[in-house]
Design a protein around this ligand. Structure first.
Ligand SMILES: NC(=O)c1ccc[n+]([C@@H]2O[C@H](COP(=O)([O-])OP(=O)(O)OC[C@H]3O[C@@H](n4cnc5c(N)ncnc54)[C@H](OP(=O)(O)O)[C@@H]3O)[C@@H](O)[C@H]2O)c1
Length: 258
């Protein structure tokens, strides 16, 4: 069986993380080429500074540029997109309708990966038009770099605010913990290492444990103990704060789609 030709447009934070993840795993059934205005020295793949040098038609084209750039460049891709090309977009807020207007005959998948795809531990949301069969090749592709979940497009904006942006919330927590550790007379680089070890160790335990996050939290918390004293402060406000944060982020994702 011949390999699926994949063309990735944009190789910045997200496009670059995806390609790194696929290169790491070998992704044997796929052949990758990239379009990137700034050449990348870290990938030994066929690179194009513009689409004009691309030969033939890809089986899958992945748009990983900023949503505003996509508006400007989408027409440049018409010559390489055949009716058999599946169009995948990772651009926040760009709806399936947006692509259908330009490419009415093509299969279109919206994907929302997050940055841990670069270490093959990402979470990717996938959605297609209603009543369309799930695209198994796109699912296989994104499964190489982590876990994939098919969701309805109406849930995409709020879920994007959770999974796409989610790594930033975890990094913020790590930053805050690191700053608190620095205040205990520990130098800055040790504080950062300690905070990173704390967050990644806890995540790794959660990943391997059959217990739920709630059960794990309770396992660390003795009644009226040290952890309970901290959780009494955090728990009443944290849920409210996250509800508001995710709702504002989902609104922003909707605004970007206009
Ligand atoms: N970052 C995330 O965590 C994340 C998560 C989920 C989804 N996304 C989505 O991923 C998309 C890209 O975001 P990002 O964070 O990766 O942005 P980014 O780091 O700014 O990368 C954008 C890339 O697009 C390239 N580019 C610009 N014009 C181009 C063109 N005409 N043709 C081909 N490539 C072009 C840029 O190349 P040059 O630098 O050479 O100009 C840059 O490498 C966005 O739509 C965003 O919504 C991002």
């Amino acid at each position: 069986m011949s390999k699926h030709r994949v063309l990735v447009i944009g190789c910045g934070a997200m496009g670059g993380s995806l390609v790194r993840g696929w290169v790491n795993t070998g992704a044997q059934d796929f052949d990758f080429e990239i379009v990137t205005p700034t050449p990348r020295t870290d990938f030994h793949l066929l690179q194009h500074q513009s689409v004009s040098t691309y030969k033939g038609h890809p089986d899958i084209i992945i748009f990983a540029v900023k949503p505003q750039i996509l508006d400007k460049i989408i027409k440049d891709y018409m010559p390489v997109i055949s009716p058999d090309t599946t169009i995948v977009s990772v651009a926040a807020g760009k709806t399936i309708d947006f692509f259908t207007k330009h490419f009415p005959k093509n299969k279109i998948v919206r994907a929302m990966p997050n940055l841990p795809v670069s270490v093959n531990q990402g979470v990717t949301l996938l959605t297609m038009s209603e009543n369309t069969a799930r695209h198994s090749v796109v699912e296989t592709l994104f499964s190489q770099v982590g876990s994939c979940f098919w969701v309805a497009e109406k849930s995409f904006d709020s879920l994007t605010a959770l999974t796409g942006s989610g790594p930033a919330y975890i990094y913020l927590l790590t930053e805050i913990l690191g700053k608190i550790i620095t205040m205990q007379d520990i130098d800055e680089s040790d504080s950062t290492d300690m905070a990173k070890a704390l967050v990644s160790g806890s995540a790794e335990l959660m990943r391997h444990s059959i217990k739920s996050p709630e059960e794990l939290r309770k396992a660390v918390t003795s009644p009226k103990g040290v952890t309970a004293a901290a959780l009494n402060v955090l728990m009443p406000d944290m849920q409210k704060l996250f509800d508001k944060a995710i709702s504002d982020a989902a609104k922003r994702s909707k605004e970007l789609s206009k």
